[in-house]
Design a protein around this ligand. Structure first.
Ligand SMILES: Nc1ncnc2c1ncn2[C@@H]1O[C@H](COP(=O)(O)OP(=O)(O)OP(=O)(O)O)[C@@H](O)[C@H]1O
Length: 356
């Protein structure tokens, strides 16, 4: 296997006036992966993408593509293309001509252009619309044209900056699956910017979770969701019950509340103040297993939302847990809890994580 990463950032920073948009980022992106930069607005995702593409110069550090230092090279000398959220299609050209644009400019022979444009339109399922103008297309179709245009000259890396943000939720979900399929088919490294954690979880081989210009954690979707490295990652990725307390002998004592049994974690001294996190779907309300610790609390709210029901359970004054249950065929609706009832709940100790 070729171990040279498709993209390597080595100590890369970008400073604007007296603040850092990106601070000393080290990052390797393996060739052929769907890689996402994920984080809240302003965390430095776009700036990172722009430095990979050559649209922004790092204040320090270096950018390598396939082992070559490209820090000083302009965008057109890098084997990279970008798909922007705005699509930026040429309205006066047909769809086929939009896709052919870059190839024509590079002097590719007519027959080859026709063939490659045809292949690309097939890949994005727009073959029947080659002669139409972009104005006659839906948002999802325009997005596909932009994608075909960016892929047609076979870049080594494709950068995508929130390309699905303008689409409605249903179309967005559909395009997420399609985009991932297209990436697998073409085998090109995709670097995808999003602030939507569901999107990143669904599509990515690996995710870098960013906050304030730094990478908080980089790993597979499962790594970052199941084993968040910090309080920030636990709260940003999905819903977490985050609590603070004092670590002592394999449990965390909440202030004014019970001690919560937690998963093994070495290197924490007794008496240390820590945060703990347990996911709503990891909490059981019945059929407890041996080895689980079972606590009790009062149901404060029951929220039905179709496939799931969420309970808010007060476990101690001011400490409320969110618990998610699937409304599967086997769950009996009449067994749902209502407000004011005292219930038992529990979790496997390894699902209650102590966070840095
Ligand atoms: N040209 C610029 N001049 C000054 N500050 C900038 C410039 N570009 C970005 N910044 C700042 O750098 C920080 C990171 O911006 P960036 O656009 O990379 O974040 P982002 O994570 O992509 O956010 P969003 O999701 O909102 O696009 C922000 O605080 C932003 O205000």
């Amino acid at each position: 296997m070729d171990a040279t990463p498709a993209v390597r950032l080595d100590g890369v920073s970008k400073q604007f006036a007296d603040s850092y948009a990106v601070h000393r980022l080290d990052l390797d992106i393996e060739a052929g992966q769907f890689f996402s930069l994920l984080g809240p607005s302003g965390c430095g995702k776009t700036t990172t993408l722009r430095m990979i593409g050559g649209f922004s110069d790092p204040t320090e550090g270096s950018v390598q593509l396939a082992g070559e230092d490209v820090t000083a090279l302009p965008p057109n000398r890098r084997n990279v293309n970008t798909v922007f959220q705005s699509y930026a299609l040429f309205d006066h050209l047909s769809i086929a001509d939009n896709v052919a644009f870059g190839l024509k400019r590079n002097g590719v022979a007519k027959a080859e252009i026709r063939q490659r444009v045809g292949e690309m339109l097939e890949l994005v399922q727009l073959s029947g619309l080659a002669d139409r103008g972009p104005r006659t297309l839906s948002g999802g179709q325009r997005q596909r044209v932009a994608l075909a245009r960016a892929l047609v000259n076979r870049p080594a890396v494709l950068l995508l900056d929130e390309p699905l943000a303008a689409l409605d939720l249903k179309l967005r979900r559909q395009m997420q699956v399609e985009l991932k399929q297209i990436q697998r088919e073409v085998g090109i490294t995709f670097v995808f910017v999003t602030h939507d954690q569901d999107e990143a979880l669904t599509m990515s081989d690996r995710i870098a979770v960013m906050s304030e210009g730094r990478i908080e954690q980089c790993g597979t979707p499962e790594d970052v969701y199941e084993h968040p490295a910090s309080r920030f990652v636990a709260s940003f990725m999905g819903t977490s019950n985050l609590m603070s307390g004092t670590y002592r002998g394999g449990a965390v004592a909440l202030e004014g509340g019970p001690a919560l049994p937690v998963g093994a974690r070495t290197g924490i001294a007794d008496g240390t103040s820590v945060s703990v996190s347990v996911r709503p779907e990891k909490i059981w309300l019945s059929d407890f297993e041996p080895g689980m610790s079972v606590l009790s609390g009062v149901i404060r709210e029951t929220v039905y939302s179709g496939p799931t029901t969420t309970y808010l359970i007060e476990l101690a004054p001011g400490v409320t847990l969110s618990v998610l249950e699937q409304n599967t065929a086997r769950a009996r609706m009449e067994d749902r809890w209502s407000g004011g009832e005292t219930v038992e709940f529990g979790w496997r100790p390894e699902h209650c994580l102590v966070l840095a």
